[in-house]
Design a protein around this ligand. Structure first.
Ligand code: ASP
Length: 332
């Protein structure tokens, strides 16, 4: 009896030994993550609106993670260079991506996309929504949206419209504008709307559609022509500013959303730790204030989750991709 019991216990240990060891090393992996700085890849230039959101988030996440979160700007091809880089990165949680609507639109815009936004990532969570603003250089003649519509119709060959590349939200917003006014404008791509905004402020381009996260200070200082916001309703950060719909652009609606992604195959315990850091970061009063001051709205907590991000990415992909395919704006 005793012997059998002994044997039984021994067998139990033989069976449980590796499992227990596995559990212990899994738990250690979670406890140990992160043991070095995490890189948050931003697909557009430093100082631009995606970068602004990324830096606010990185600081707050690093407080929760106890490690630095380093922002790295990897520019090019409307954000697809950065997304492809993270899709191929080591799936250990140390290289993650922040990206916006471009994750949903890229498959309809790039014939040779090397990754699938819906399959090649682990989904950490959504971050914040940001309205866009339609702007002109300070000395552009039209002062209102109604005047702008007439002006571009009369000057279509001359008017330039800056963007951050195919798949950037500025480009998407520009496409919606061109559709609304039935005019094809002269699109000028930059590697982010940071440099595009500098060009607009310097009078080198005529128009730009960009997020409030970078345009608000310039609008408030009256350094640009400001036509309206792209949301259906007026926004808290610019209560007196008309919407483009109020300016006569029926149905014009554009909002920028952001998500954080890790390469596919990143261990679930690591992605869960990153989701927790994201959620904690977004509760940080300093981040909340910074984003609120710039017109950004932190998404509800149920969206700050893997399911919240993946579900929304699918919804947006289903909405935009057919529309973009009919517009035939694809490239190689
Ligand atoms: N606002 C940019 C875009 O048009 C991106 C950026 O520079 O952050 O997608």
């Amino acid at each position: 009896m005793t012997a059998m019991k002994h044997v039984g216990t021994g067998l139990k240990w033989m069976v449980l030994g590796p499992i227990a060891a596995g559990l212990a090393s899994g738990a250690m992996a979670v406890e140990a993550f992160p043991s070095k700085p995490v890189t948050l890849v931003v697909p557009f230039s430093a100082g631009g609106p995606t970068d602004v959101v990324a830096r606010a988030l990185a600081q707050a996440m690093s407080r929760d993670l106890g490690q630095s979160v380093i922002v790295e700007n990897r520019l090019g091809a409307g954000g697809t260079v950065a997304a492809a880089y993270v899709a191929r990165a080591r799936p250990d949680g140390y290289t993650i991506l922040i990206h916006h609507n471009g994750m949903a639109t890229a498959p309809a815009l790039y014939k040779k996309l090397s990754y699938s936004p819906l399959k090649d990532f682990e989904y950490i969570g959504q971050v914040a929504d940001v309205p866009m603003t339609l702007l002109g250089r300070k000395d552009l003649p039209p002062a209102t949206t109604q005047d702008l519509v007439k002006y571009v119709a009369q000057n279509k060959d001359k008017v330039s419209l800056a963007n951050a590349g195919l798949g950037a939200v500025s480009q998407l917003c520009g496409l919606l504008f061109e559709e609304a006014v039935h005019v094809k404008l002269n699109a000028i791509p930059y590697q982010g709307t940071g440099p595009a905004l500098t060009a607009l402020l310097g009078g080198q381009v005529d128009l730009l559609c960009d997020q409030t996260t970078s345009t608000l200070p310039h609008i408030n200082a009256n350094r640009l022509r400001f036509y309206g916001v792209t949301t259906p309703k007026r926004i808290k950060a610019l209560p007196n500013a008309p919407t483009l719909q109020e300016g006569g652009m029926k149905g014009f609606e554009m909002k920028v959303w952001h998500g954080v992604y890790a390469p596919r195959g990143t261990p679930p315990a690591v992605t869960a730790r990153l989701t927790k850091a994201l959620q904690k970061g977004l509760q940080d009063p300093m981040v909340a204030k910074r984003l609120d001051d710039l017109g950004a709205e932190i998404v509800p907590v149920d969206k700050q989750t893997p399911e919240g991000l993946h579900g929304w990415l699918k919804t947006e992909s289903d909405k935009w991709q057919p529309l973009l395919r009919t517009m035939k704006v694809e490239t190689d």
